[in-house]
Unconditional design. Sequence first.
Length: 84
Amino acid sequence: MNNNAVADNRHNDLVGYDRVLKATSLLYFKDALLNQQYEDCAELIRAAKSFGAQPGEIGRIIAETAGANAGGSGAYRTKGKKRF
């Protein structure tokens, strides 16, 4: 019985480390995008996925940083532009 408790605790610790590593790799990925260090992005995405990041999490970071790099919310800016 004690062996199961130790094994369970160790598994929970590993899951906790994976969450921290996933969050860290996603933060590094976001930082690379914001600093336009695109050559690092593929490796950071692979690392994040290996620690359990889902495609939606990665996509949200890309969407957030695309808006920041565009200098706005990422929405189409038509205010002040003539359409004809």
